[in-house]
Design a protein around this ligand. Structure first.
Ligand code: NAD
Length: 737
């Protein structure tokens, strides 16, 4: 029998080698068709008396990424469609769909013939769950092998037996840690946790897997054997009495109760370990069905998986512009940003010329790359040879003539119109006609900068975030005259350096910084009102933000906030900023020299390491504080999320961002907007625009006009619309396909 996604070859010893290799995909994933074929392979190998056992591996460099999340998204859609007519029937249908994978893996586990999973590369989610249902697991010791159950990161949890098998193979604490964080394990860590049986050299993988079968591997899972004992003794032991009361508290500390998927993992393990295995699988299936019905799971899968992938693959790339083959990139300005931009560009395989005013400054910028390479070698992410090759691609220079064959030039010189003008002219004097010029400016409009260019259609903004090597987002900014080819080249470049782009129209603060400053300004308001600083920071984290607003302001520098406020006043008049904010910042910067982390004093104090930073105690003298129990934490949480979401809605209303996927992904990758919401616009859609408008109006009546809902939101509320409905990112043609 032949299959689309697998090949099966049985050797002279009667061992069937099943190789999973999906046509036309770079990575194997579980789809409906894959599940049906695996099901058929189980039946065929059981029926074939010549087959003694089965080894399953992958024909690709990775093993598999797990379930195709688009399949899970379609389950949501189906559920939503059926729910209106028949809520109970819809839930039952969802429950049955969810059980498909669980049942398939259980069938494999109990088929009566031994199966061994030969893990040759990344093995995630459903693929690890399938491997755990195999009777043996051998992993290659290649660096590329990463083993994980990362479902929690997209709002769900391992729902195909993962919670039950992991907790029966390793101790409960390690199991919980692995699943609630979604952390990746290398092969040796997976072996230490008893999740794989052997770790071998890559070329020994298949022989070792086959040998397990030849050595008489029993086709019975440990939990199906009589007398099976859970590692650590299960729930009713002194050790468990230490672990279980603390586990929900630790989870709450880490997630503030915002992630239903993470909590379900605890419930599944705790309840599942007390019952027979098949009952435990049912428990898991029920919780999975429940979590799939949450707004959090729906929104996280949409933004953090589907939209992110679509944007990364060039959803906003203009059709009809052929893919560009970039070879050489010039970076002008080897300072804080330019040095790191040059490094990530060279790391992606491009030749890079890094220019500064003199060769010393350019060489210093290359030194940043050298430090990052050294770090990566130390952490085992790069070999010595890879590091040397990367640095060989990064050439410092003070001679603009070296840009003569660059396909793309990115400038990251001082944030000063005159300096940038001179650089644009110098660069354009040497580059070929076809070269695209990108500015990394964070505040200057691209249209204005492009006036210095002889070819404004080839001029674009590519706005990086710091630290460049870690931040996954870039804003691609369209000036008034930016042409399609410039956009296509910029998006091809961003894809090549493996970052996610959002395309933004040209306006002060672009998208991310506009939203970020709303977050920080809300904290200023709270301080001025007398909310204790610690409460401000904690409420923000409880709302799901990764970093408190005061801490964030210290990181971006308080004098930068001052500069931006002053520039806003200069350009738009004094009414454009809140004068109390300006007074607060002027006092901190001009009178107290508190500029943030960079000078060791800001909203926080920064004592010498290893001591930790702490909130500057005199803030409470500056702004007398109300007693904490007079302040409602929930309202503080809402204020942070609502003020950012309103700003994101304004950017849609003003046409700065045109696609809700970009606002959502940009808000999560750009400044960590509460990921469980799926992003700033999904937060609004998730509660319903009408409810959001009511909440915003309520906040406006107590905390200021900046909370007033915009005309767009009111119109959407009246019509019962959502952002993803009104600004539907999928053209009708895509839907028909
Ligand atoms: P920086 O001061 O660290 O670096 C600027 C570099 O440009 C310096 O090395 C300087 O010597 C060089 N330079 C100045 N004039 C030059 C010229 N004529 N020719 C060649 N080199 C010249 O500044 P930065 O923080 O790296 O910022 C650079 C740009 O990136 C600015 O436009 C800024 O708005 C933007 N940006 C900064 C951040 C951030 O977090 N710092 C984030 C995003 C964007």
């Amino acid at each position: 029998m032949s299959y689309t996604n697998f090949t099966v070859e049985t050797d002279a010893d009667g061992i069937a080698l099943v190789t999973w290799d999906m046509p036309g995909k770079s990575m194997n994933v579980f789809t409906e068709e894959v599940m049906n074929e695996l099901d058929a392979i189980i039946d065929a190998t059981v029926a074939d008396s010549a087959v003694k056992g089965v080894v399953i591996t992958s024909g690709k460099s990775s093993f598999s990424g797990g379930a195709d999340l688009s399949m899970i998204k379609s389950m949501f859609t189906l559920y939503q469609q059926e729910k209106a007519a028949n809520p109970e029937g819809a839930a039952q249908k969802l429950f049955d769909l969810v059980g498909r994978m669980t049942g398939l893996f259980r069938k494999l586990e109990t088929c009566g013939k031994p199966w061994v999973s030969a893990i040759n590369g990344t093995c995630m989610g459903g693929a690890l769950e399938m491997s755990l249902a195999c009777h043996g697991r051998v992993a290659s010791n290649a660096k590329s092998v990463k083993i994980a159950l990362p479902e929690v990161k997209v709002g769900i949890f391992p729902g195909a037996g993962g919670t039950q098998r992991i907790s029966r193979l390793t101790d409960a604490q390690s199991a919980l840690q692995m699943m609630t964080t979604g952390q990746s394990l290398n092969a040796s860590r997976a072996k230490a946790m008893n999740l794989v049986h052997q770790v071998v050299d890559p070329d020994q993988l298949i022989p070792a897997a086959k040998q397990m079968i030849k050595d008489g591997l029993k086709p019975i899972a440990p939990w199906d054997e009589k007398g099976f004992k859970v590692p650590g003794g299960g729930i009713w032991t002194p050790a468990a009495a230490q672990l279980w009361p603390a586990a929900p508290a630790i989870l709450r500390r880490e997630t503030s109760g915002n992630y239903p998927g993470a909590l379900a993992i605890l419930k599944c393990v705790y309840e599942g370990l007390q019952v027979p295995f098949d009952t435990a699988l049912k428990i898991e299936q029920r919780y999975f069905t429940q979590v799939l019905q949450t707004t959090e799971a729906f929104s996280m899968i949409r933004s953090l998986f589907i939209s992110m992938q679509e944007l990364g693959k060039g959803a906003r790339r203009p059709a009809g512009v052929p893919k560009t083959e970039l070879k050489k990139v010039g970076v002008v300005g080897a300072g804080f940003m330019g040095a790191s931009i040059a490094y990530v560009t060279a790391a992606a395989g491009f030749e890079v010329t890094l220019i500064d005013r003199d060769i010393e400054a350019a060489t210093k910028g290359r030194g940043v790359g050298e430090g990052l390479v050294k770090d990566s070698i130390g952490k085992g992410r790069l070999t010595q040879e890879e590091g040397a090759a990367l640095l060989a691609r990064l050439t410092p220079s003070a001679d603009y003539a070296d840009l003569k064959d660059a396909d793309l030039v990115i400038e990251a010189v001082f944030e000063d119109r005159a300096v940038k003008k001179a650089v644009i002219e110098q660069v354009e004097a040497v580059i070929p006609e076809t070269t695209i010029f990108a500015s990394n400016t964070s505040t200057l409009p691209i249209t204005g900068l492009a006036e210095n260019s002889k070819r404004p259609d080839q001029f674009i903004g590519v706005h990086f975030f710091s630290p460049v090597e870690k931040m996954m987002l870039t804003e691609v900014i369209l000036g008034k005259n930016t042409g399609d080819r410039a956009l296509a080249v910029a998006l091809d470049y961003v894809a090549a350096i493996k970052k996610t782009p959002i395309v933004v129209n040209d306006v002060r603060g672009f998208f991310v910084n506009r939203c970020v400053f709303r977050y920080i300004h809300e904290a200023y308001d709270m301080l001025i009102e007398g909310v204790p600083a610690a409460m401000i920071e904690n409420a923000a984290k409880m709302a799901g933000m990764p970093v408190g607003p005061l801490s964030l302001n210290d990181e971006v520098a308080i004098d930068l906030s001052q500069k931006i406020l002053k520039a806003t006043v200069a350009d738009l008049g004094p009414k454009a900023v809140d004068e109390r904010h300006l007074a607060l910042i002027n006092k901190l910067v001009d009178e107290l020299d508190r500029r943030g982390r960079k000078n060791g004093k800001g909203f926080y104090e920064y004592p010498a390491k290893p001591a930790k930073k702490f909130l500057w105690p005199e803030l409470k003298i500056l702004y007398p504080q109300k007693p904490a129990d007079e302040i409602d934490v929930n309202t503080l949480k809402q204020r942070f999320l609502v003020t950012i979401a309103l700003e994101a809605a304004r950017t849609m209303e003003e046409g700065i961002v045109t696609d809700p996927r970009e606002a959502d992904v940009g808000s999560i990758l750009g400044f960590g907007f509460a990921p469980y919401t799926g992003g700033a616009l999904s937060y609004i859609d998730g509660m319903g625009v009408k409810a959001f408008v009511e909440l915003a109006e309520k906040l406006a009546s107590s905390y200021g006009d900046h909370f007033k809902p915009t005309p767009l939101l009111k119109d959407m509320a009246a019509k019962g619309e959502t952002f993803y409905g009104r600004f539907d990112p999928y053209p009708a043609a895509d839907k028909a396909a």
